[in-house]
Every structure is written in structure tokens, then in C-alpha cells.
Design a protein around this ligand. Structure first.
Ligand code: PEP
Ligand code: MN
Length: 365
């Protein structure tokens, strides 16, 4: 049988809980208001000096029965909760979080539309433009693939070693444009820096920001101002939040035509070149309405498991696939190990049910 006094005290506790809850909620409302005001004023949400001052005021008096340390712990958690609300609020207000970023007709890249539904778009081509013949042969093959396709190829190459093939640069851009035009294809190629942005933009339908440049905020802003569609790759060690904030830099310049690309992240696993983070696809799609594609070649660094991983990427909701292909991968000047032959690519595309690609031209593969 419970003691009547115990019941009374419990009632009192319930009442106090209610009051504390009301006050904590009221405090959170004021914090949100302060956060909004600070954003308008361009100030940072977190102010460590203000937090220190509030904690000092709360703990200088004689305290009992809770000690100063207890009070500090309680208020620190109240402060943390309020900051989390501010973070959530800020996230909701990001341009990249908008649900209406892609027009119904998709993102226009040259003469094709990406992210308009209607099957995954293919971003296919060699790692690098090497010769006129090579890019011509590959462009002819890509033109015969079914569905939406964009010819990819690097002219300015971000190579790890300064002694490795650095790309044909402007000559590569010209060869890529000429081959694409011959077969009516849209193109994507990487921009390495702001000094070569104009020349790349004048030769390509879409600009690629590579994994190494995802954090290059000046380049992102300049690309945003160029107004060209952008293929933004995730850095090898970038969180999804960081990728989204990089996209935000581009969107902030008035350019919403951004396609996000998961291309594998660096982990301890050595069986693949990087680790394909499939969860990135649905998570990015929850966070933004921008299209999300998966670069299988740079994620895997090998071709033998391309098909199941491509299926996984599409099943996860991917809007497209990037794949490197070469008419003679053994002789490729960069990334030979991960480039499919044209026949392998034709078979993979057919196996994915994206349509039946005609076989590679005579004498290649
Ligand atoms: C590329 O696609 O050519 C490339 C260099 O990829 P990443 O930036 O993902 O390494
Ligand atoms: Mn490559």
C-alpha cells in the first residue's frame, strides 16, 4: 500500500515536470527566433562566449541540493538540444533541400535531359581523351547505346602522380567536342581550376567537379556562375552533408542544374579501389531533389563486378550510372584496369534491361 505523502510528492513532481517541459519548450522557441535573426544578420549560430557567460551566471550562486557541476551538466544538455534545433532549421532552409530543384523535363545537358525519370542516364566514355581515333570510335559506340547518354572523357586530368599522363588539355577538349558533334552526343568533362573554366565551358555541355575538387569553394562558385549543368562528385573522404554543402555553393550562384555523383569513398578495404557507398543514393535522395548518379568505375576500380553493382545502384534509386569504357583498355593512358571494353559495356547495358545496344563496331573490343 502506498503512503499518502508519497502520492502527494509524486503529484508535485509531475507538476514540476510539466513546468520544466513548458519552460524548456519556451526556451527552444526563443532560441529558434534568435537563430533566424542571426541568419538574417549573417552571424554564426553557436556563440561559445555567450554559453560560457550563461553557465557562469547559473553556477556562481550557492547551489543546493544540486551542485554547480550538476547544474552545469543539465544546462549544457539544454543548450545542446537548442543548437540541434538551430542546425535542423538551417538544414531545412538550404537551397539544396528544396524539393523542386529539377524541372519536370529534367536537367538539360546538351540535347538530352537528365533526371526526368524514364530510366537511368548513362555517362559513358573513356577515362581520358587520348587520340582522335580513340574518342571517335568510343563516341560512335556510345551514340548507339539506348536511352539517355552523355559522353564522358577527361581532357584536364587530376592525376595523383605528376609523372602520369595529365590529359591532352585544350586539344583533348577539341577532340571530345568534335567526336560528340559527329554523333550528336552531349558531353561531360572535368574542370580542374578557375583558370581553365572558360575554355572547358565553351567546349563541353556539362562540367564535372572531380572528387579532389569537391571542397574547392572558389571553383564551385565560379562554376555556379557559369550557368552550365554540373556533375558534382563526392570527395573520397567527404560526408554526405559536405557533398550537399558543396552543391549549395553552386546553387547559391543561381545554378540549380547539379547532378550529384557517388564515386566510392576511401576505406581500409583493398578489394575495390574505393568502397561504393550504396546507402549514399537513398540518403541523398531523402535530403535533396537533385538527381543522384553512381560512378561504378572509380568506386570499384575493376570491371568484373560492374553488373551487380550497377543493379544495386539502380535499385537504390540512382538516376544514372557513370562507367568508363575504352576500345583497348590494356593500352589506356589512365585507369586501364577499370575500363570496360565496348562489347562488355554493350552486354552490361543489355543485361540491365536498358534496351538492346547494338554490338561494338567491327574490329574493336
Ligand atoms: C573522372 O571521372 O575522370 C575522375 C577523375 O573521377 P574522380 O574525380 O571521381 O576520381
Ligand atoms: Mn578515370
Amino acid at each position: 500500500m502506498s503512503h499518502p505523502k508519497l502520492g502527494e510528492l509524486r503529484q508535485e513532481i509531475n507538476g514540476l515536470n510539466e513546468q520544466i517541459l513548458k519552460l524548456v519548450q519556451e526556451r527552444a522557441r526563443v532560441v529558434v527566433e534568435i537563430g533566424r535573426l542571426k541568419r538574417e544578420l549573417g552571424l554564426d549560430g553557436f556563440d561559445p562566449l555567450r554559453e560560457e557567460e550563461m553557465l557562469r551566471d547559473l553556477t556562481t550562486k550557492e547551489l543546493a541540493p544540486l551542485s554547480a557541476a550538476d547544474v552545469k551538466t543539465i544546462f549544457k544538455s539544454i543548450f545542446r538540444a537548442a543548437l540541434e534545433i538551430q542546425d535542423r532549421e538551417r538544414e531545412r532552409q538550404l537551397r539544396v533541400s528544396r524539393r523542386d530543384l529539377v524541372p519536370a523535363h529534367g536537367i538539360r545537358v546538351g540535347n538530352v535531359a537528365v533526371g526526368a525519370g524514364g530510366g537511368p542516364a548513362l555517362f559513358v566514355g573513356p577515362c581520358s581523351v587520348e587520340t582522335a581515333d580513340q574518342i571517335d570510335t568510343i563516341a560512335e559506340f556510345v551514340a548507339r547505346l539506348p536511352g539517355t547518354k552523355v559522353l564522358r572523357a577527361g581532357a584536364f586530368k587530376p592525376r595523383t602522380s605528376p609523372y602520369a599522363f595529365q590529359g591532352l588539355r585544350v586539344d583533348g577538349l577539341k577532340l571530345l567536342r568534335a567526336a560528340a558533334d559527329r554523333y550528336g552526343l552531349a558531353t561531360v568533362t572535368e574542370v580542374l581550376d578557375t583558370s581553365t573554366l572558360d575554355v572547358v565551358a565553351s567546349h563541353s555541355d556539362m562540367l564535372q567537379v572531380g572528387a579532389r575538387n569537391m571542397y574547392n569553394t572558389e571553383l564551385l562558385k565560379a562554376i555556379g556562375r557559369s550557368g552550365k549543368p554540373v556533375l558534382l562528385k563526392r570527395g573520397f573522404m567527404a560526408t554526405l552533408e559536405e557533398l550537399l554543402l558543396s552543391a549549395e555553393y553552386i546553387l547559391n550562384e543561381g545554378n540549380d542544374a547539379v547532378v550529384l555523383c557517388e564515386r566510392g569513398i576511401r576505406t581500409f578495404e583493398r578489394a575495390t579501389r574505393n568502397t561504393l557507398d550504396i546507402s549514399a543514393v537513398p540518403l541523398l535522395k531523402q535530403a535533396t531533389s537533385l538527381p543522384v548518379i553512381v560512378d561504378l568505375s572509380h568506386a570499384l576500380g575493376r570491371t568484373d563486378i560492374m553488373l551487380p553493382c550497377a543493379r544495386a545502384a539502380i535499385a537504390a534509386g540512382g538516376d544514372g550510372l557513370m562507367m568508363e569504357i575504352h576500345n583497348a583498355p590494356d593500352r589506356a593512358l589512365s585507369d586501364g584496369m577499370q575500363q570496360m571494353t565496348l562489347d562488355e559495356c554493350a552486354r552490361l547495358v543489355a543485361a540491365l534491361g536498358l534496351g538492346h545496344a547494338k554490338s561494338a563496331p567491327e574490329g574493336v573490343a
